[in-house]
Design a protein around this ligand. Structure first.
Ligand code: GRF
Length: 193
């Protein structure tokens, strides 16, 4: 991605479906001096996302699309993102799969965070599967989004040691703490900061 020039911050949208802890963390990061991004929009597919409350708390616009009529909703969303001059999209616990059309429209500008050491454990229920396979390590990955699920270029990863008495819940909690450190690092990295 192009080197950041001047003091203009990159207008960013964060897409969520649930709790939004990564969203909150990215908002807090965006308010720091070193952050190259400014979060201008929160998008959710779920009216009940707990994370939507951060729109109000931090006075950020939100848009909700169910994506039930995916093509139509994506087209509407693309218009909004283009009108707002959004130049970076961060998926953070966003549970809908975006179409190739949408992804190509923002080629190289969509990031995702995934709770595993990709390319291992793509998809859902990563922690349970990792434990079932008696892995020694797991982690999290920030990657560019490509039309293939969880398969885009890896930007940065963090490895975490699995403990003897780990459960999917315990592991998820520890991985999430690392996710919160990793996403800002990935953003700094793509802008060569
Ligand atoms: C994170 O573990 C993320 O990696 C995964 O979903 C979870 C979302 O958590 N894709 P939150 O909504 O950011 O708290």
């Amino acid at each position: 991605m192009a080197l950041l020039t001047g003091s203009k911050k990159i207008k960013t949208a964060v897409f969520i479906s649930g709790t939004g802890s990564n969203l909150k963390n990215l908002i807090q990061f965006s308010k720091t001096k070193k952050s190259p991004i400014l979060i201008d929009l929160i998008v959710s597919n779920n009216f009940k996302s707990k994370g939507l409350r951060f729109a109000k708390i931090f006075r950020i616009k939100k848009k909700i699309f169910t994506f039930k009529r995916k093509e139509l909703d994506e087209k509407k969303l693309i218009k909004i993102l283009e009108n707002k001059k959004i130049n970076l999209i961060c998926l953070a616990g966003f549970m809908k799969i975006l179409s190739r059309y949408f992804i190509e429209n923002f080629k190289g500008k969509i990031l995702n965070i995934h709770p595993s050491l990709l390319p291992n454990y793509k998809g859902l229920n990563t922690h349970a599967r990792v434990l079932l396979n008696k892995e020694k390590y797991t982690g999290c990955t920030v990657h560019l989004v490509s039309p293939k699920l969880d398969a885009g270029t890896i930007i940065i990863q963090k490895k975490i040691k699995i403990k003897k008495n780990d459960t999917p819940k315990k592991l998820a909690k520890r991985v999430l703490i690392e996710e919160h450190k990793l996403y800002p690092k990935a953003i700094l990295k793509i802008f060569n900061l």
